[in-house]
Design a protein around this ligand. Structure first.
Ligand code: G3I
Length: 331
């Protein structure tokens, strides 16, 4: 493997994870090293993936790590509304196609991200005030985007970040013009466009079981599913730091699983990347049958949206960090 020397160096340096010390034990370890995704799949999960896009895929080291270590890709930005329909009715899929083609050629699962989100939303959508117009604009956007990749996407984040911290619906053009009806409109259009894809509601700060945003979302998802809205799964972004400790991860994911058929950790990064925090999150998914997989929100700290917090599994030089080694040991 491209990182095996570094792994041995970490062991030889007396890392906390270095159980075997003899050279034969080390070579035994080396021959047992598998990729993060392989280990997670062997433990019964569908994937350990990462966010990527044309820019990061063009970095040779980044692409090599994705090929060897990750089993699933999420477009970090290229499927968002501003990237795919910047002006009404004119669709641009170049960036999204690059990501989808890379995934297809390299046998990676895909999560689609995201169909309806208040952010990275073009101003022409924000300006709509008529409910009928906004309904058909949502339906058209979802139909074009989800329809283009029909059969290629394991799961779509159909709606993203639609709750406030107090568990009520977030104010946005969607909720202001259509009330909560936009949720039904988006999910039903997605179901029609790509009937076999799993359809998710995705949000952040779902990292403590008793937090109002989590309990509000869980109760709404139960209500919406009972009313026939085709919601399959709940995505927990899982951007962790001191406000959201990884130690609460197991209980929080279990609370989400009460409301849906499956749960995924969709955008994992952890400020400081402490090994035990990563292991806690991996264990939270492993402990929950409905948890299908984990997606890291990027490969290297160099390309992270939180680069100053060094939250990912590979450092800015693309070397695996202690958290990465701890995960291979723990899974
Ligand atoms: O594409 C433009 C480029 O043309 C321009 O020259 C450049 C100058 O700043 O900006 C580029 O856009 C950037 C875009 O990423 C694409 O690279 C934006 O400035 C930048 O704000 C944007 O950040 C993304 C952010 O979402 C936007 O909200 C991050 O990369 C992306 O990691 C982040 O991802 C979100 C998830 O989708 C939802 N959950 C939270 C997560 C973190 O914010």
């Amino acid at each position: 493997m491209h990182y095996s020397l570094t792994f041995i160096q970490l062991l030889a340096a007396g890392s906390a994870f270095a159980a075997p010390h003899s050279s034969s034990a080390l070579s035994q370890r080396q021959s047992n090293i598998s990729s993060l995704n392989d280990e997670f799949v062997a433990s019964g999960k569908l994937y350990w993936g990462t966010a990527a896009d044309a820019g990061t895929l063009s970095e040779t080291q980044n692409a090599a790590i994705i090929k060897s270590d990750f089993g699933q890709l999420t477009p970090e930005n290229s499927m968002k509304w501003d990237a795919t329909e910047p002006t009404q009715g004119t669709f641009t899929f170049d960036g999204a196609d690059t990501l989808v083609d890379f995934a297809t050629q390299n046998g990676k699962l895909l999560r689609g991200h995201t169909l309806v989100w208040h952010s990275q939303l073009p101003s022409w959508v924000e300006a709509i005030t008529d409910p009928e117009t906004l309904t058909s604009v949502i339906q058209n956007h979802v139909t074009e985007l989800a329809g283009r990749y029909k059969g290629k996407i394991y799961a779509w984040d159909v709606v993203n970040e639609i709750f406030d911290e107090d568990g009520t619906l977030r104010e946005s053009v969607f909720s202001n013009v259509l009330g909560e009806e936009f949720v039904s409109i988006a999910f039903k259009a997605a179901k029609e466009a790509d009937p076999d894809a799993k359809l998710y509601i995705n949000d952040y700060n779902l990292d403590s079981a008793s937090y109002a945003k989590l309990t509000g979302l869980v109760s709404k998802v139960k209500e919406w599913r009972a009313a026939g809205i085709p919601i399959d799964g709940i995505g927990s972004q899982t951007h962790l730091g001191s406000a959201w400790p990884a130690s609460d991860a197991t209980e929080a994911r279990a609370a989400l699983a009460e409301a849906a058929d499956e749960v995924a950790i969709t955008e994992l990064d952890i400020a400081g990347a402490a090994p035990q925090d990563y292991v806690d999150v991996a264990n939270a998914c492993l402990a929950l049958e409905k948890c299908v997989g984990i997606t890291s929100w990027g490969v290297s700290d160099k390309d992270s949206w939180r680069d100053d917090e060094t939250p990912l599994l590979f450092d800015a030089e693309f070397q695996p960090k202690e958290a990465y080694v701890a995960l291979l040991e723990a899974i």
